[in-house]
Design a protein. Structure first.
Length: 45
């Protein structure tokens, strides 16, 4: 039972870190796109 608990704990940590990395990547992409959009709008006007 202890081995299973430890394994589940490790998988839980890995999943959490992986999800956080994916969210960080998505946020940075949106941020970059937002800046690019602002630059285009600025040059257009």
């Amino acid at each position: 039972m202890d081995t299973i608990s430890t394994t589940l704990g490790k998988y839980g940590t890995v999943n959490k870190v992986y999800i956080e990395c994916v969210l960080d990547g998505a946020i940075s992409l949106l941020y970059q796109r937002g800046n690019a959009g602002q630059c285009l709008l600025g040059s257009a006007s």
